[in-house]
Design a protein around this ligand. Structure first.
Ligand SMILES: Cc1cc2nc3c(=O)[nH]c(=O)nc-3n(C[C@H](O)[C@H](O)[C@H](O)COP(=O)(O)OP(=O)(O)OC[C@H]3O[C@@H](n4cnc5c(N)ncnc54)[C@H](O)[C@@H]3O)c2cc1C
Length: 454
């Protein structure tokens, strides 16, 4: 697809910035619980703490929903992401917990929308783990069998059975979840939070987190918060402070691109009848989805490693956007004349074992982090569970299953996700795509139906 006129954004393509950004912290205050970060995780934690009548303050560097909360692909997953074969070898005990947690997370977000009356174009049509070639379909079968072995559910089917476009041979549809507009979701959760009893300070970047006796001191440029307990919910940005366990989060910059609106008759020609979002089974997955504006959003494929803190407020790299546009043309050949209207990206934090994690530093600093590509539901769900733990001192089964007591994580994920390895894995995916017939598959199916390339 054409990328010559693409607009690059350092925010998101889903919504505009809010016009009611809250005042920054100005002066000093004390509170019982402070939450740092106003993403889906921080907002969910603060909302739950307010629901539980706690004296809670949230500090957000920009405005709530500024980070990946509103920049993501909007696919609500009901199963863990990633390579289940690898994960089951690496974390066999944690996998059944993760499968249950992912399902509960999907339902949690659905309830969040209902409870707070958030209209975010949600369609519960299940995320599909798509195969672009018969060889990749074998991997789907293996992944589906593993998911079932860990207690999860999914329906394996052909392209026709799952209503997928011509570029796919088939896949596995998750039974829980679907797709939504993540910008509208984040805006809705922010609205609920601002209406709650939580005190929210935006434009309040925390520069230092320091323990002073039994309290924790959070420093911003215009004031200080002293709290009895602190919840760290800054995800990819967590490595900024010494108090965060070392190697908790490895930051990756992930890009989304969106096409211009496509005529309904051309979209109909794709036979994407289920309209389900699709994630491919490449080592570095790519996802594709349709939107309410009749556009296609595509993401991930070539993540880029963040090297230093603070993480830069950047725009997507044009060469990666071109690569993603080329991929869209291969996957949807009849749309190769369509333009990519915009591109944006955001930072995600990869956990030490790729799975959700939560823990505690000393008596009064708590953290949770979830991503494995599916953080949109897992992050707020885990943060909600963490909030209950902070109040009651009792852990839910899901939280206990991902709880970690270590003060420092191994460097293995940080080493694995170095730029050279990421580039090599991306290259391997392209090599496989070249030989597995996926490029010709979509064209062949379209030609058979009398619809060629443009
Ligand atoms: C492009 C992209 C596509 C994705 N697609 C999907 C998808 O389709 N499905 C899915 O399930 N997941 C997806 N994800 C992942 C998902 O969006 C994230 O895992 C999730 O939103 C993380 O939420 P969070 O609250 O932990 O982090 P964030 O939303 O990043 O929130 C962290 C917040 O902390 C603030 N902050 C940082 N430093 C400070 C500081 N010093 N002081 C105060 N505040 C600070 C930031 O401004 C930010 O608002 C995607 C992510 C990206 C980037």
């Amino acid at each position: 697809m054409r990328t010559d006129g693409t607009k690059y954004s350092n925010f998101t393509g889903w919504i505009d910035r809010p016009d009611d950004v809250q005042p920054a912290l100005d002066g000093d205050l004390t509170c019982d619980i402070a939450v740092i970060g106003g993403g889906m995780g921080g907002m969910a934690a603060a909302l739950r703490l307010a629901e539980r009548d706690q004296d809670v303050v949230l500090l957000e560097a920009e405005f709530c929903g500024y980070g990946s909360a509103s920049r993501n692909g909007g696919q609500i997953a009901g199963a863990p992401g990633g390579d289940l074969r690898m994960l089951s070898l690496q974390s066999p005990k944690k996998m059944p917990v993760m499968v249950k947690l992912a399902e509960n997370a999907g339902h949690y977000v659905e309830n969040l929308m209902k409870t707070h009356d958030i209209d975010c174009d949600y369609v519960a049509n299940g995320l599909v783990w798509g195969a672009v070639s018969p060889i990749m379909m074998l991997r789907v079968h293996t992944q589906a069998a593993l998911l079932r072995a860990f207690g999860g559910q999914g329906t394996v089917g052909s392209r026709e059975e799952l209503g997928l476009p011509a570029g796919f041979v088939g896949g596995m549809r998750e039974t829980i979840g679907g797709m939504l507009n993540p910008g509208k979701l984040a805006r809705g959760v922010r609205r609920a939070l601002l209406a709650s009893s939580a005190k929210v300070f935006e434009r309040s970047r925390v520069s230092h987190v320091r323990r002073t006796g039994s309290t924790v001191e959070l420093t911003t440029s215009q004031g200080t918060v002293r709290a009895n307990k602190v919840v760290l919910a800054t995800n990819a940005y967590s490595g900024e402070w010494d108090i965060t366990p070392k190697n908790l989060s490895t930051p990756l910059y992930v890009i989304e691109i969106e096409s211009e609106p496509i005529a309904p008759e051309r979209l109909a020609e794709l036979d994407w009848t289920s309209r389900s979002g699709i994630i491919t089974q490449h080592q570095l997955m790519t996802h594709y989805r349709l939107t309410e504006r009749n556009t296609i959003v595509c993401g991930v494929r070539q993540p880029q490693r963040g090297q230093t803190y603070p993480l830069p407020d950047r725009v997507p790299d044009p060469s990666v956007v071109r690569d993603m546009g080329k991929d869209l043309s291969n996957r949807f050949p009849s749309l190769s004349d369509v333009a990519i209207e915009r591109a944006w990206g955001g930072w995600i934090g990869i956990t030490p074992d790729w799975l959700s994690v939560a823990g505690q530093v000393g008596d009064n600093v708590y953290y949770s982090l979830a991503c494995n590509g599916h953080g949109l539901a897992q992050v707020p769900y885990v943060a909600n569970q963490l909030a209950d733990y902070v109040v009651d001192g009792e852990m839910s089964e899901d939280l206990a299953g991902i709880w970690s007591d270590v003060s420092e994580y191994p460097r293995s994920m940080a080493r694995l996700l170095n730029p050279f390895v990421i580039r090599a894995v991306w290259g391997l995916d392209r090599f496989n795509d070249f030989f597995n017939g996926s490029k010709t598959l979509a064209r062949r199916v379209l030609r058979r139906r009398g619809r060629g390339d443009r």
